[in-house]
Design a protein around this ligand. Structure first.
Ligand code: UD1
Length: 420
């Protein structure tokens, strides 16, 4: 059985769509709950399958998980298991965060190499090197990573290159470590600030998230607490690109301008019509835009790799030629072949996609290869003439909540179907 979205394109979309809480903030925050003594409650948890998977992994570690709609409580008092098997990590790359949290709390952990989207090799060498620099003994054997942190000491960690996950792992691992740990050359993504905010709300002493250096003064314990995570900037960007292509006064609420400034600048230069009002943005499509000559994906505050497929759809339908350079993940052009089936004119050369704008796209049978490629293909389907079937909807469900229902509410013709 394959779950698909069947889309009939060509509709103008209007009405309001709300941005859910951030998946990439929730995942490390849920993992870091292991560091706390007691119960954590979260009140705006979206229905993303990545979050379900993180909850499943936490259950195996003996965390008591209670989930009801958008409410989630985690009781970590009886966590004992510190081994995370291949079956679990294969489902979710973010399971790597558990390594930092388990080492921080129990000073030992065994974890299989993590899985996740098929967008590149996605090594974890930066995480492991950083743990080692604090004295963690690591042995890699038969696909498992055995870590012993009984001699772990606070100190300095200099990351060789910027990694969101490694920054978050080390923040977790140092929160309960006696003394001061300083992390240099860290990632500056807003999700890192959110993790800092969460841990500090429970009694941690972390400063500097959002800059190049983070200082963590170890505390003895973290207490219980309640938290609400900020809106997802990648979903916000996805809906904004959709609105720029086919919106008519389409309103995106729960929108944070500061997290999407780079995309807003691109749209402004393209003369897209949008208005910002408090936490809302109202967008109206302006036909074909002049192509934006060159965009490259880079760590925050620059253009995010997680919006690259969606932006490619916008550029595909623009006037002129544009170039997108993907710097983060080597296999993140899988959607190009699918867009080509729909009439796009895109040439890939190593990490460059050279896009010659076309007047329109045509419906086709296309396959999502990862979460964001899937979101891009849905946008392409909504813009195409005729019917598009987007396969592998399970990838999209990892980080978008009932996307078809939200788009139906805007007036789109899209339905979820099971096919043999
Ligand atoms: C996070 C996001 C993901 C986003 C990515 C980049 C989460 C759950 N996921 O992933 O959606 O696309 O940031 O913004 O927050 N690298 C190494 N060795 C390592 C770690 C990373 O070489 O040990 C490389 C990666 O292959 C990549 C780059 O560093 O080229 C950045 O990756 P990283 O920032 O670590 O991404 P993730 O944390 O995996």
């Amino acid at each position: 059985m394959d779950e698909v979205f069947l889309i009939r394109g060509g509709k103008t979309l209007s009405g309001e769509i709300e941005v859910e809480a951030s998946k990439n903030a929730y995942l490390p925050i849920l993992a870091s709950s292991i560091l706390c003594d007691g119960e954590m409650t979260f009140t705006n948890v979206p229905e993303f399958s990545d979050i379900d998977n993180m909850c499943e992994i936490l259950k195996i570690l003996n965390v008591k998980v209670l989930r009801k709609e958008n409410y989630l409580s985690l009781n970590t008092e009886s966590v004992m298991n510190t081994k995370i098997s291949h079956e679990l990590t294969a489902k979710l790359r973010a399971s790597i965060f558990l390594l930092g949290a388990l080492l921080g709390k129990f000073r030992q952990a065994v974890i299989s190499y993590p899985g996740g989207c098929k967008i590149g090799t996605r090594p974890i060498d930066i995480h492991l090197k950083a743990f080692r620099s604090l004295g963690v003994k690591i042995v890699e054997k038969h696909g498992y990573i055995y870590c012993n942190a009984s001699n772990m000491k606070a100190g300095k960690v200099v990351f060789p290159s910027v990694s969101v996950g490694a920054t978050e792992s080390l923040m977790m691992c140092a929160t309960l470590l006696e003394g001061e740990t300083t992390l240099y050359n860290v990632a500056k993504e807003p999700e890192i600030k959110e993790l800092e905010k969460f841990l500090n709300s429970l009694g941690a002493d972390i400063r500097g998230a959002g800059t190049d250096t983070i200082k963590i003064r170890g505390v003895k314990k973290l207490h219980s607490g309640e938290f609400k995570v900020f809106p997802d900037r990648i979903i916000a960007g996805t809906q904004l690109i959709l609105g720029a292509l086919c919106g008519e006064n389409m309103t995106i609420s729960n929108f944070r301008r500061e997290d999407n400034q780079f995309l807003l600048n691109i749209l402004k230069e393209s003369a897209c019509d949008f208005k910002l009002k408090n936490d809302k943005i109202i967008v109206t499509a302006q036909g074909r835009y002049p192509s934006y000559k060159f965009v490259e994906t880079l760590p925050f505050p620059y253009f995010p790799t997680d919006l690259q497929p969606q932006l490619m759809v916008l550029e595909t339908l623009s006037k002129g030629t544009s170039v997108i350079k993907e710097n983060l993940f080597e296999n993140r052009f899988n959607h190009v072949m699918e867009l080509t089936k729909m009439g796009a004119d895109i040439l890939v050369k190593d990490r460059l996609a050279i896009i010659s704008g076309v007047e329109k796209l045509f419906g086709a049978d296309v396959y999502s290869s990862d979460l964001r490629a899937g979101a891009g293909l849905v946008i392409a389907g909504l813009m195409a003439e005729g019917y598009t079937t987007v396969h592998n909807v399970h990838f999209i469900d990892r980080g978008y909540e009932k996307l078809e229902e939200k788009y139906q509410n805007l007036g789109a013709e899209i339905k979820r179907m099971n096919i043999e």
